[in-house]
Design a protein around this ligand. Sequence first.
Ligand code: NAP
Length: 485
Amino acid sequence: MHELIKNFIDGEWVGAAKTTKNINPATGESLGDVVVSGREEAERAIAAAKRALPEWRRTPAPRRGELLARAAVEMQKRKEELARALTLEEGKTLGESLGEVQKAINNLEFQSGEGRRLNGEQIPSELPSTLCWTQREPLGVVSLITPWNFPVAIPIWKLAPALVCGNTVVLKPASITPWTAKIIAEIFVAAGIPKGVLNVVFGPGSSVGQVLVEHPDIKAVSFTGSNEIGTRLYADGAARMKKVQCEMGGKNPIIVLEDADLELAATGAAQGAFGSTGQRCTATSRAIVHSSVAQEFTRLVVEKARALKVGDGVQAGVNVGPCVDEGQFRTVMSYLEVGKKEAKLAVGGERVGDKGFFVAPTVFVGVKPDMRIAQEEIFGPVLSIIEVKDFEEALRVANDVKYGLTSSIYTKDVSRVFQFLEHIETGMTHVNSPTVGGEAQLPFGGMKATGVGAREMGRTAIEFYSEWKTVYVDYTGAKRTTNIY
Ligand code: NAP
């Protein structure tokens, strides 16, 4: 249980007129209350961030980086507690939550170093006695709008580069995962964040989120979430000349060729499809398998799906937690019905128990590339197996979706690996390993309908949160004779 979760605005914990319950998806029980804010609180947070901006952008970048390093230490101290809160409000298993918190710590550590590397370039001028260089500048007040499925890692992988670049921030976490966001704010307080530099507002996307996109004092918006919301938000931001970054859905394939190590491929497919209950943007949702090995691959994946224990993520031995809430549970259940009509069920396809939002790891076979279960993001523990006759068809099917986040190929054929790497239309890709995962020092994001704007994480993250100023210094000390055009 937690105390009433309040907004964090201008260094203070601030209430709102309304509250709602934070529900544990494994038990259906309330974990405590959280404020439901609206336009007023969002505007207060933006005003606080605007006031804090001049001082924060003047703070030397290495000092800003040190704050992130201190936050990494504070997060390490609260790792178990934060992971437990994550499991209780989002549902993933404790092991998965610990992994997510570690990923957030890695991002804080990596981006803290960017404070000492936030350099531009000295570039030669074509004029004599002229020195030219580029320097990075913060954008101003930025808003960060984040989803529920990685409620620790995603806010951190946005916050860390935003802060190190000298921006001040208003974070709007997903409404159904407020506890982890509150702990994140507390961690930054313990690390010594100046008041107003980080503000967190809890409330619906349709009110708080909308203000964070439309307000004239917001210079940039970084969004992770669904395509439906991201597409609208991108248009709204662009109409106001804001810099907008959107990371959205996926329909990630693994290709399994006839020479693949099938045990390895089936293990990777099961990890990718059922890990985190399939509620990962990088989840494996399509296995595109050479017909000569499809039967054996299916047997192995089904065996692995059956062996998984579904249950409350806080319990030892549980491999697959619940769907995050009733809405997501209903969406997944409706896709199971679609799948049963379109294709053939190999395992799963049903609810587990009658309490909480648990779904059995599910595999469909006989799936055709144009079926809904092969095209639409389900965001649940569901894998569709599509048989193909050769590598060329596998590649065509892999690319034949609107999304382009991540992918994988299982083969020992080096030539096909490189052809795959050249032609696959995803922002991240893997060879002989699952579609999931992402390291703090490497760019993260997708192509096509998955992503617009600079990649997150790694050094590329600072591209979004800073802009360039080009400087020319003429030190001739006299009237220039050279023609300037
Ligand atoms: P969502 O419904 O789009 O919500 C994402 C965030 O946007 C939430 O904070 C939400 O607030 C807010 N929001 C909703 N309506 C808004 C509006 N009109 N204006 C501004 N903000 C608004 O997504 P989700 O269900 O939380 O997350 C799942 C999706 O995220 C999946 O599609 C998944 O693939 C994607 N995802 C992508 C990546 C990636 O890096 N590509 C990573 C993780 C997840 P409320 O919570 O109050 O509704």
